[in-house]
Design a protein around this ligand. Sequence first.
Ligand code: GDP
Ligand code: GDP
Length: 439
Amino acid sequence: MSDNRPIVAVVGRPNVGKSTLFNKLAGKRISIVEDTPGVTRDRIFTEVEWLDKYFTLVDTGGIEPDSEDIILSQMRNQAMLAMDMAHVIIFVVDGKNGITAADREVSQILRKTKKPVILVANKIDSQSQYDNVYDFYELGLGTPVAISSANSMGLGDLLDEVVENFPEGLNTEYDEDIIRVAITGKPNAGKSSILNNILGEERVIVSPIAGTTRDAVDTYLEKNGQQFLLIDTAGIRRKSKIYEKVEKYSVIRAMSAVDRADIVLIVIDAEQGITEQDTKVAGIAHDEGKGCIFVVNKWDLIEKDNKTLGNYTKEIKEKFPFMMYAPVLFVSAKTNQRMNKILETVQYVASEHSKRISTSTLNDVIGEAVMLNQPPSDKGRRLKIYYGAQTDIKPPKITLFINDKDLTHFSYQRYIENKIRENFGFEGTSVKFEYRQKN
Ligand code: GDP
Ligand code: GDP
């Protein structure tokens, strides 16, 4: 972790409600709650704000000592890692089912860390269940905080306690310097391969067990002095009964990842081409004004001649005529081809996305554009553009001060946009327009 943000890890055995709690604190439905035991997920990060303090929350996926099961042992490793990196640990137990042997073992591990541990009894859905809480004193981790994740009860008290336990000297301000990147694309397009390739190590759990799923995984990375937060929207490993249930969430999860991101990578399987989900996600990324990059992966599988790349690019541009601005990269996570271009392009698009053009330079360009091609007129009245100013970034927004909104026309706006792009680039990002009438 490269920034100095407090890290709070949620640990506990499967099915105590960690993921439900995580989602409530994240305020968004990022991971999927499943009743099926063994449905796993990787470390999941989210940014949480409480009383103007920001921290990173990690859902470790659970600890189950004594189990030989491969997923559980992976989860145990993840939890160990989280305990290692966390500043505060939330240990969740099931307030309805009482203490289990596993809880006792986990408590034993946790009692050895010097980190503050907050014991949380979840599933205390009503006052009448509150008596159950006293049992958990036995674990030797102090007073349990009673919550109901499902009903959002007790979460404020829990967050108060979390924030009080932060060690001194950490940064709890929102960090504007991190470029947040969502990696979207349909299952099997190669999102985790790309992520792993970028990270240069096997960080994402790839479980050989059929029917397991992973959820949004956030990974911090620092490269060339720039911090990135990579948001992997995850794939579904194999078709199964679970797959059916989970599939409908995959677009929702992609959306929530897009929502949190500055830059969206739309990963396309070169062999399969553009899918409906890609179209949906790209459309949302465009509408929300995110920086967008098409990444055509598995380029190694395509038989090529000197026209292939150009034709493929053309096909993408035709499918997304409203996103002519988006760069298209052809990569192979397998052979490493052009993989180094990805972060480079992300960084470039991020700078375009947040670029500010001075009003005078902008007006030189607008003035020239208007001279070359007169604004439209209607019934003898002509549109007058008095001046323009860039009024926002991420995405860039141009406000045009004009005589009459009724005289504006999308084709003229596109002409102005093209002139602006010719001069200032804004590559990889949409440019929004706004009109203000001045008489
Ligand atoms: P995890 O495996 O620890 O992440 O647990 P999940 O968040 O997946 O939750 C396991 C089950 O407990 C799910 O069926 C949840 O709906 C349920 N659950 C979670 N929190 C609560 C709660 O506060 N009250 C009740 N009654 N059920 C809950
Ligand atoms: P995800 O579901 O989008 O995360 O996709 P994965 O990263 O799990 O990849 C799905 C499959 O495609 C795996 O079998 C990968 O080994 C394979 N794969 C990923 N990238 C490439 C690539 O560039 N070339 C080839 N030939 N196979 C790839």
